[in-house]
Write a protein that binds this ligand. Sequence first.
Ligand code: ZN
Ligand code: ZN
Length: 448
Amino acid sequence: MKAEEIRTALPRWRREFHAHAEEGWTEFWTTARVAGILQSLRLAPRVGAEVLDRAARMGLPAPQRLAAAQRRARREGADESLLARMHGCTGVVADVGPATAPVALALRFDLDALPLVESHCPEHAPAAGGYASLHAGQCHACGHDAHTALGLGLAARLQSGPPLRRRIRLIFQPAEEGVRGAAALLAQVRDVPRFLALHVGLGLPSGELTTGAMSLMASTKFDAVFSGRAAHAAKAPHLGRDALKGAAAALLGLHALPRCGSGENRVHVGELRGGGARNVVADKAVLRGETRAANGEMAEDLYARARDVLEGAAAMYGLDCRINVVGSTPDADSDADFAAELAAIARELRTEQGKALFRQVRESAVMGASDDAAVFMRAVQASGGKAAYAILGCTLAAGHHAPRFDLDEDCLWPGLLWLEAVCRRLATARGQAAPAMPRPLSGIPHMA
Ligand SMILES: [Zn+2]
Ligand SMILES: [Zn+2]
């Protein structure tokens, strides 16, 4: 593809993915579309079950929802042969460069949307432009549609330019939201000496770039299912065991956990459902929550205390409480020397008019959030490699995870030029150190 074709394809691809928003593990249309574009670029993408460890998937939706999402993808024109190869799993991995050469760098791009109702007000550009989500209650409100487009743009640029001496691995990961997907693709970073993930926005305006985010927070996502006993609310409340009140007490107790100590930490309950009628003692309630902390020790302690609160509240109300961990990621830091190398490459880049491509390039910033790219980062670092998490400045119409979230598509082209420059530097440099000898991937800190 010519440069101008790729430049115009970036927002077009992003809008396609935006319209076909699919929640974690249901990205069947997105997977097929990504793989189809990669095939058209003369690459050989591996999809779904071909690349992913089924048993390591966390927070998987019910089988009926997975089946319904596959049927929907088929209705919306997803390639049948690719759907067959996926075997019910999503995600794509493709290598660019000579098949027998070592991998110089793996990059992670996330595919999934959020369970959120997108705004349809006329000031919201996707609604006004006719590319708002076609799927009720699912919305690309974090920018992963832009990440996926960037990954494809990178494949197109690398395939269009001079041949590479080493391979670049592009990992299109499902289910980043809820930190559920990376662990299932861990094998894809085995033997990889460099790893890079990126996110748009996160408070950084268009024209700026941070190459090495620090303090990605460890996080555990959990569902607590409270079971009690139903009874008549007036005639025999004493015979009931009220799951709703127990879950409500747990919610308040969780938010009363002191959030202080040796670093940033967070506790949040985002959903509480229970009961079914005003005059019945509720026999069931489900609470969905998360803990986060800037280091592993604090994260473990906070999650242990959250469990105590859940089990304590259940005991107070005579309930049974089952806690399921549905997502987990360790804390992580970018490697400062790799981030400095990435920043130096960004600072060298110029626009056609000869101006700096980025107004400001920083080598580090505190992340203040979680991303399961940390699973890959820790694995690569544990085997002697270097990893970084970059933030591509992108002015937003509303914050991440908000119904009117929208992003400045003009940030994509400079971001792509930088990613391409990084890949070319790492994959063509003569005399580059051989990839570090991998050590086993066990021993990676995991909260689950
Ligand atoms: Zn998000
Ligand atoms: Zn995100």
